[in-house]
Every structure is written in structure tokens, then in C-alpha cells.
Design a protein around this ligand. Structure first.
Ligand SMILES: Nc1ncnc2c1ncn2[C@@H]1O[C@H](COP(=O)(O)OP(=O)(O)OP(=O)(O)O)[C@@H](O)[C@H]1O
Ligand SMILES: [Mg+2]
Length: 479
């Protein structure tokens, strides 16, 4: 999308300098209006919503600080750049504190101003984009604690909306860290049972005999150490939801007992002769392939069908990369606000300096790395990566590639080939690959001043391999 021309107000009392700047800014695509006094600038600002104001600090009459103040008061998003004479840097810093984006000191090269201008515009664009992403986070792309904008996640949100209302048993499958437990909680909190308890039991974390006692409870004297009568998780979850995690680890004996609960909605506490009735909704989760376990006869087929009434599958994060930027925003917000919370609890913030969360963004390059990485640990691993990055970013306002672990940093380099247009007539594959090899080698040699040893290390090639490739490639160098 071609960007619209930016409207710029240039305030400078030295006419020759002003005219020269206006001309060059015009050549760079800016639509420039000029003002030679602060008074005139205020009038122009009152009538027109400029994108940018560049103002000299020292002006006869109303000075640059006032011009900037009035511009910002009218247009909070305006980009303000201060031009100052030698010796007034302190005033310029003051202006930045009041909301100017940058300053340049006279005498300056035009490129210096242009650079300040472009990076200020880029900053403003990022700010707007982050604000946009944040507003989306609040709107369509979430369901309870779940975030996502990929088609798979949006379909999931619709499904969750409908299945929450029912009481049917649900089986949630997906790799580790894909959000199975978040899904289970989201269903509970969106169901008519939300006022009752959500009880979670990880079947993989406890030995079989304990699991049975945990699930069903026991009466006094049921086994050695059973001092009193104790409610099991099933009873605790009565009228609410029972979340059975890692269901694939259940022993055959427990599988049978669970099947009965699902069928009859009743059970006995261990050692009890009395049957207890329960009304629970069961949500089970697993990262193993239950269907395969059924085929191998390690998981009961009848139980599988009882659980799998409504199957919900969470795709791995690498198959829904579109969710990554949104998740990153979400975790940045989470960890930067935790950070300020922690700071506040340690000591009182100085007067007038409220402890506010850093408004953290992320560089496009760092985001590219995150999107190229395969995430074997899925969302949980991404969450940990962002927590680490926030901690490493110190007081900065932007996460950089260097805040990521080396394997994530490298991900974008081993990513896909550069965007190749595949024309109707096709391409010459070998020639294309040769071309890429040649390019990489040329760049490595350029970077190392022609040193083949260093170049081969940069490319992680043996020196002899590099030399061989050079020999093979050189005749084609001109092609
Ligand atoms: N779509 C999502 N939006 C926001 N946070 C998510 C999402 N998916 C997962 N998370 C977060 O990732 C972490 C892991 O999620 P969860 O514990 O639900 O994974 P899991 O599938 O149960 O993993 P495991 O199989 O290892 O138990 C949690 O901190 C959760 O908050
Ligand atoms: Mg889990």
C-alpha cells in the first residue's frame, strides 16, 4: 500500500536555511508548509492537522517549545522534531521530555535530519501498530484465556462457545504446551457450571494406588494410613467440571473404573459399601495418540469412545504461525506488568513517579526469528522465551534479537529461501541454487575482506569446500 504523502510544518526564522530545507524535504516526498515565526506556526497548526512539525527552538517571540506544546496538545500523535543551536542541547532534552520525538543540533547535515525524521515516523508507525494489536487482543481474538487469530483458533473459539453450554464429555488432544488445560478451563468458565468448582487431576503425576484414592476418596480404615474419611476429586467436582490430564497414562484397572463413572455417574469411595452419585462434566486431555494406543490394546476402546464424544485438537504452534505476533504481545504485556508490580512491592516509588509497566514492543527482526522457530514446546516455550527476553531487555522499550536464545536467533537464518517468484515458464533450479551459493560466498568474502579462512568460518564450511565452490562458481560469476 503506497503511503500517503506526509504533511510537514517547518518553523525556522532564518529564511535561507528554511527555504533550503523545505526544498530538500520536498524532494524526499514531504508536503512542506513553512512558518517564520512561532505565532504563524500556531495559526497554521490551528487550521491543519500536520503529521510532522520541525521547529527551531530559538525563535523571536513565541519559541519552539511553545510551538511543540501547542502541536502536541492538538495532535497527540504528531511527530515533533527540534532543531537547536549549539549550546542549547539542554533545552532540546527538555523538549524531548515534553514529547518531542528527536532533535538535531545546528549545524547539521540534511541526512541527519532525514534520518531523525524517518526513524521518528517508524517509531510512530510501530506505536500505532502495537496499539492496534493490543486493541485486537481485547476484541475478537480471544476466548477466555485463549488467544489466537489463525483460522484453526478462530474455529476453535466457535466450537468452544457451542460445546461449553452442553454437559458432554470432551477429549482435548495436542502436543505439550499447546494450551489443553487453558481450553479445559475456558470451557468450564463459559459453561452453566462456572459457579461450581473446576477440579484438575494429573493422572500421570501419581502412582496408581494413590490415583485411585485421589479420584474416589476413601472411608476411615480403608487402608493403612486412612485415618479419616476423605472426599475424592470426583466428589469435589460435583456439579462442576473434572479435568483429567494425561489420561493416556491410566492403568487398565483405573481405565475400567473410570469407564463405569462415565457410564453410571456413580462410584464407591475406597472401603465404602455405599454408592455415591455425582454430576460432573469430565474433560480429559492427552498428548499421546489414544487411537494408536487403542490399536495396540494399551487403552480401552470403550473408554476412548466414551471420552471422545467431543474431540478438540490443538494444532502445534508451528502450524499456526499467525498466532505468534498476537501471543507475543500478550506475553509482553503480561511480563512487563509483572515486572512493575514487583518493583512496586519492593519499595515505594518516588513521589510523582508512579511505577508504570514499560510499554514494551518487539523489533521486526526479533519477531521474524520467533516466527521461523519450530517451537517443540509450543505456547509454553514461547511464553518462557518472552519472559526471558523481558528480563534481559533491561530498561529498554523494545525487545531485540539479542534478547532471544541463540537457537531462536538462528531460526530465521535457516528459514525459507528468499521470496522467489515462480514464473509460468518455471526456473532453472540448479542455476538458481548456484546463484544463492555464489551470493552467500561473495557476501562472506566481502565481510571478511577477502579472507577465505574467515569467510568459511562465517558460513560454517570447511575452507577446502569453500575454495572448491569458488572454483566451480567463478566462471558463472557474470551470469
Ligand atoms: N492460545 C493461548 N493463548 C494464551 N496462552 C496460551 C495459549 N495456549 C497456551 N497458553 C499458555 O501456555 C502455557 C501452556 O498451556 P497449557 O498448560 O494449557 O498446555 P498443555 O497443552 O496442557 O501442555 P502439557 O501437555 O505440557 O500439559 C500456559 O501458561 C498457557 O497459559
Ligand atoms: Mg497440561
Amino acid at each position: 500500500m503506497p503511503e500517503a504523502r506526509k504533511h510537514l510544518l517547518l518553523v525556522e526564522d532564518e529564511a535561507p536555511l528554511r527555504q533550503a530545507l523545505a526544498e530538500r524535504l520536498g524532494e524526499h516526498g514531504f508536503d512542506v508548509e513553512q512558518a517564520d515565526t512561532g505565532e504563524q506556526a500556531l495559526e497554521q497548526l490551528a487550521e491543519f492537522a500536520f503529521d510532522i512539525v520541525i521547529t527551531d527552538l530559538r525563535l523571536p517571540g513565541i519559541d519552539g517549545t511553545r510551538v511543540l506544546e501547542s502541536a502536541l496538545a492538538r495532535y497527540p500523535d504528531i511527530v515533533g522534531i527540534i532543531v537547536t543551536g549549539y549550546g542549547t542541547v539542554k533545552d532540546a532534552v527538555e523538549a524531548i521530555k515534553r514529547g518531542a520525538t528527536d532533535f538535531v543540533t545546528k549545524p547539521f547535515q540534511f541526512d541527519e535530519l532525514l534520518h531523525a525524521l524517518n526513524s521518528a515516523l517508524e517509531q510512530r508507525r510501530l506505536k500505532a501498530e502495537n496499539a492496534y494489536l493490543r486493541s485486537q487482543l481485547q476484541e475478537r481474538y480471544r476466548f477466555e484465556g485463549l488467544i489466537g487469530r489463525s483460522p484453526a483458533m478462530r474455529e476453535l473459539f466457535v466450537l468452544l462457545e457451542t460445546v461449553s453450554a452442553a454437559a458432554s464429555t470432551i477429549l482435548v488432544t495436542g502436543e505439550t504446551g499447546t494450551g489443553k488445560e487453558v481450553v479445559a478451563r475456558a470451557i468450564h468458565h463459559n459453561s452453566p457450571r462456572r459457579a461450581q468448582r473446576f477440579v484438575a487431576l494429573n493422572c500421570g503425576a501419581i502412582p496408581e494406588t494413590l490415583l485411585e484414592a485421589e479420584l474416589f476418596g476413601h472411608v476411615r480404615g480403608a487402608f493403612t494410613g486412612a485415618i479419616g474419611t476423605r472426599q475424592g476429586r470426583l466428589e469435589q467436582a460435583n456439579k462442576g467440571t473434572l479435568f483429567l490430564d494425561e489420561i493416556g497414562t491410566m492403568s487398565p484397572g483405573m481405565q475400567m473404573k473410570l469407564l463405569r463413572v462415565l457410564q453410571e455417574r456413580e462410584f464407591e469411595r475406597i472401603g465404602d459399601t455405599h454408592t455415591t452419585k455425582v454430576d460432573v462434566r469430565v474433560i480429559a486431555a492427552t498428548n499421546s495418540d489414544l487411537q494408536k494406543m487403542v490399536a495396540e490394546a494399551t487403552f480401552r476402546e470403550d473408554l476412548f469412545y466414551r471420552l471422545n464424544i467431543i474431540p478438540i485438537h490443538l494444532p502445534p504452534l508451528r502450524d499456526r504461525k499467525e498466532d505468534i505476533p498476537l501471543l507475543v504481545q500478550h506475553f509482553l504485556k503480561k511480563f512487563s506488568s509483572q515486572e512493575s508490580g514487583a518493583a512496586g512491592s519492593r519499595s515505594e516509588p518516588p513521589r510523582g513517579q508512579e511505577s508504570v509497566a514499560r510499554n514494551l514492543s518487539i523489533s521486526q527482526q526479533a519477531l521474524r526469528c520467533l516466527m521461523a522457530y519450530p517451537w517443540p514446546g509450543n505456547v509454553r516455550q514461547l511464553e518462557n522465551a518472552i519472559e526471558r527476553a523481558v528480563a534481559l531487555s533491561g530498561g529498554r522499550t523494545q525487545i531485540e534479537t539479542s534478547d532471544l536464545t541463540p537457537d531462536i536467533q538462528q531460526a530465521s537464518q535457516t528459514a525459507a529461501a528468499p521470496d522467489v517468484n515462480l514464473p509460468e515458464g518455471g526456473i532453472d533450479f540448479d542455476r538458481y541454487i548456484n546463484r544463492i551459493e555464489h551470493d552467500l560466498i561473495r557476501r562472506a568474502l566481502e565481510k571478511t575482506g577477502g579472507n577465505k579462512g574467515q569467510a568459511s568460518r562465517l558460513l560454517n564450511l570447511k575452507r577446502t569446500t569453500l575454495v572448491e565452490k569458488l572454483k566451480r562458481l567463478e566462471p558463472r560469476a557474470g551470469s
